[in-house]
Ligand binder design. Structure first.
Ligand SMILES: Cc1ncc(COP(=O)(O)O)c(C=O)c1O
Length: 458
């Protein structure tokens, strides 16, 4: 009888979290000291808000292969992967060579270098979209996608999924993690701006629908005839755990949008290059009008990209949409992206991800079963998550999924020498070409320890 969680189980999780937090703080004294000391110049004592998670930020000294070392000298198997960037691992010799070579020849000209062509051709081959441009982050990639859909259609509104994160520009900072009391009806969610930084008037241009619900998109298109430029969607949702699309959903979505003169953009900032060589486009067999990449693309350096049809990308070529940026196609990031794509992320790399994933999924599923824990394991390519909740199809299911599970799991992994991304129930693991079976077995044994502790008082 898996899945039924008693109030006693949750209380037990609270106790375990409290014990694990004490251990965590005792181990990370130097991190906490630096954080405290620098908070007069770095707001919150970190460089980005999401580098901090309870009970405290962890400052990193260095990374090597599959491992990272914090400033207290603790070594971890890195399954955080810098929020999904790290599928080549740390200091990969091919990246070190490419970047060192480029550094000696100059790192920035704001003029194109030849690596930009090699990378674009390789992306076109993998993703089946003919034309590409670069930028510097996932935020810029999804911003370009929204702009292009607006310019192409001459319409202002966009559709996005409730609970999806596409970066921090205004159009997509709507209903990212809305509170239950402001989210509105499940089948007709409110457009909730993320804080007061996003004016309500702008948020109204972003219409929110539940993941996997084709009828909701059809209704929105019907109610806004001639008003919707397009829809942006993570084809496999990866910021509220990990949720695959229902069968046929992505293809139907594209056809539906097209029949209303609107476009479809895939946000593959997390899935691109990670779930398959050609991302979720290859995985699903559905080619959208635009695709956004970032994270893994730069081989550890900051790089974003947008790929698209000739129709849409032609608007850039003719100057109707000014796709610009001082650092776009920066030579250093292009050298790293070229090495990542052509030397590291080979077919053998994806076969290696398959082996690691199989070991993690089998180990975690066995634990859920043996200890009668709720939930399931979802994993694609280099990414995966243990979801300690029986049903996770959309944001409303996510709201019902108790936070304690992800918090406890993150702490047990961390104290056991495995660095997962924080915000447990939102995130997923990332493995790299440099991870070994022994690395992922450490993950499985930490999970086993947490399950054993949870059940020990029964
Ligand atoms: C799906 C998705 N899109 C966009 C972004 C924004 O990317 P960046 O942080 O590089 O701006 C993220 C970041 O986590 C993401 O997960």
């Amino acid at each position: 009888m898996s899945g039924n969680l008693s109030a006693t189980d949750l209380e037990r999780l609270d106790d375990l979290i409290s014990d694990q937090e004490k251990l965590f703080l005792a181990r990370t004294g130097e991190s906490q000291r630096i954080r405290e000391e620098c908070s007069d110049v770095l707001p919150g004592g970190v460089a980005s808000n999401w580098q901090d998670a309870p009970p405290g930020a962890v400052w990193i000294d260095r990374g090597e292969g599959s491992r990272v070392f914090d400033v207290d000298g603790t070594e971890y198997v890195d399954l955080h992967g810098g929020f999904g960037v790290g599928i080549v691992g740390h200091a990969h010799p091919a990246i070190v060579a490419a970047v060192s070579d480029r550094v000696r020849k100059g790192t920035h000209f704001a003029q194109p270098t030849e690596d930009a062509v090699v990378v674009a051709r390789e992306l076109a081959r993998r993703f089946g979209l003919p034309m590409w441009r670069y930028n510097n982050s996932g935020t810029e990639a999804t911003m370009d996608a929204v702009h292009l859909m607006r310019v192409a259609s001459g319409r202002a509104k966009i559709i996005k999924i409730e609970g999806s994160y596409h970066g921090h520009h205004d159009s997509v900072q709507v209903s990212v993690y809305p509170a239950a009391d402001e989210a509105g009806p499940a089948d007709r969610p409110n457009s909730v701006p993320v804080g007061t930084a996003v004016p309500a008037a702008l948020a109204r241009l972003t219409i929110v629908v539940p993941f996997g619900d084709l009828a909701a998109v059809e209704r929105v298109l019907g109610e806004n005839t001639g008003g919707v430029a397009g829809m942006i969607i993570e084809p496999i949702m990866m910021n509220i755990g990990l949720i695959p699309p229902p069968p046929g959903y992505l293809a139907s979505l594209r056809d539906l949008l097209h029949s209303h003169g609107a476009y479809l953009a895939f946000d593959e900032v997390k899935t691109g290059l990670a779930v398959a060589p050609g991302g979720a486009i290859e995985w699903s067999g559905v080619t959208p009008d635009l695709v956004c990449l970032a994270k893994a693309l730069g081989g550890g350096l900051p790089c974003g990209a947008i790929g698209g049809s000739r129709e849409l990308m032609g608007l850039i070529a003719e100057g109707t949409y000014e796709q610009v940026g001082t650092f776009n196609g920066n030579p250093l990031t292009m050298a790293a992206a070229r090495a990542a794509l052509t030397e590291i992320l080979t077919d053998e790399a994806y076969a290696h991800f398959d082996r690691l994933r199989a070991a993690m999924v089998a180990g975690a599923e066995d634990i859920l079963h043996r200890y009668d824990l709720p939930g399931h394991v979802r994993a694609y390519g280099a990414k995966g998550a243990v979801i300690f909740h029986d049903q996770l199809r959309n944001y409303r299911d996510f709201l019902a999924y108790p936070d304690q599970w992800g918090n406890a799991h993150w702490l047990y992994q961390h104290n056991g020498g495995v660095f997962l991304p924080p915000w447990g129930k939102c995130e997923q693991w990332t493995v790299s070409v440099q991870h070994s079976i022994a690395d992922v077995q450490r993950f499985v044994s930490n999970l086993d320890r947490m399950a054993a502790d949870l059940r020990s008082d029964r």
